[in-house]
Write a protein that binds this ligand. Structure first.
Ligand SMILES: NC(=O)c1ccc[n+]([C@@H]2O[C@H](COP(=O)([O-])OP(=O)(O)OC[C@H]3O[C@@H](n4cnc5c(N)ncnc54)[C@H](O)[C@@H]3O)[C@@H](O)[C@H]2O)c1
Length: 315
């Protein structure tokens, strides 16, 4: 397994116990990276480490809330102690949260602070401690930049050495806004700004920083939610407004993140890659007409928006 294109590299995946982060930890390990999963869920983190080991990969875990500075600092120290270096950080952890839904009038200031501490603050702290460790680690063992192909064609200045990769997980909610979701939407927009800023700041040190913007991804948690409150007709309604006519699975995002962490993605930085089956590029008015027809044909449909107490524009 260690023969993949990330062989010899060391990675951190926050929220890597399950869901998108869980799949990402498994994909990075399958590509040869050693992976530190940082999560608050010990049971799920242990299970994912075992899954990775059974597949021939190398992973360990650290339990901690990444919104807390001491934990973010500790995760970087742990990765360096465990693997001897740090090359990749995937900043993915998010745990939802009570009282975080609503408009600016409805959201409690404490919920605003807590929500943004995790959605944005944790990513700032992650970079704050990870970047010096990446620079200290230098390029991966055996790294050979080869001849600089620009010589002769341009002025011949060699590029910065390949030092690190940061991938931040935003959302389609960072690209288009949902009503009465102030904290999440602002947080995911801020992840995009933070990614661009970090790409500019850390590019000269050989570190790329990119974001992914997933669409609706049926993780283990989403699956449970659909089973509790949705039905097949409701789920198909979601699929219908994706041009590829399906919603996503964790591996869809894990593959995109693993590519952004690969040597092949060395010239990509500061981008926000939507991984959403084309959902966010559509003209809304046409979609709405298709959806209207479908709802009229399936009036019994239910989705997770039909949960009691769910904060939407309709409630
Ligand atoms: N699932 C989707 O449809 C979807 C869509 C767009 C974006 N996203 C984003 O993808 C990321 C992962 O979402 P997911 O759906 O896989 O979630 P998930 O709930 O399946 O997994 C999140 C993981 O993060 C962990 N976690 C929660 N709070 C934490 C904290 N404070 N510190 C450390 N770990 C913590 C959880 O224990 C869990 O293992 C999030 O940033 C989310 O906003 C998800």
């Amino acid at each position: 397994m260690a023969a993949g294109n990330l062989a010899g590299k060391a990675a951190i995946v926050t929220g890597g116990a399950q869901g998108i982060g869980g799949a990402t930890a498994r994909r990075l390990a399958a590509a040869g990276a050693k992976v530190l999963i940082v999560d608050v869920d010990k049971e799920a983190a242990t299970a994912n480490v075992q899954t990775i080991a059974q597949a021939g990969g190398q992973a360990t875990y650290l339990i901690g809330d990444v919104a807390k500075e001491e934990n973010t600092k500790a995760m970087v120290e742990r990765a360096v102690n465990a693997f001897g270096r740090l090359d990749i950080v995937v900043q993915n952890a998010y745990g939802g949260g009570r009282n975080r839904a609503g408009s600016a009038v409805e959201v409690d200031p404490e919920a605003w602070r807590e929500g943004l501490d995790l959605l944005v603050g944790a990513l700032f702290l992650g970079a704050k401690y990870a970047v010096p460790a990446m620079v200290q680690s230098g390029p991966p063992p055996g790294y050979d930049p080869g001849p600089w192909q620009g010589a002769g064609l341009r002025h011949g200045t060699p590029p910065p050495r390949e030092v690190g990769r940061i991938v931040n997980v935003s959302s389609v909610h960072g690209l288009v806004q949902a009503p009465r979701s102030l904290v999440y939407e602002v947080g995911k927009c801020a992840v995009i700004g933070l990614t661009r800023q970090m790409a500019i700041d850390f590019g000269p040190q050989g570190i790329t920083v990119n974001a992914v913007a997933p669409g609706h991804i049926v993780t283990e948690g989403m699956e449970r939610m659909w089973q509790q409150t949705g039905n097949e007709e409701g789920f198909h309604l979601f699929e219908l407004h994706y041009p590829v006519r399906r919603t996503g699975v964790p591996d869809d995002i894990a593959h995109a993140i693993t590519f952004l962490c690969s040597p092949e993605a060395a010239f990509i930085t500061g981008v926000v890659l939507p991984v959403d089956g084309g959902m966010s590029i559509q003209l809304q008015e046409n979609v709405i007409m298709d959806v209207k027809d479908y709802i009229l044909q399936h009036p019994q449909l239910r989705t997770h928006f039909d949960r009691p107490g769910r904060n939407t524009a309709r409630s």
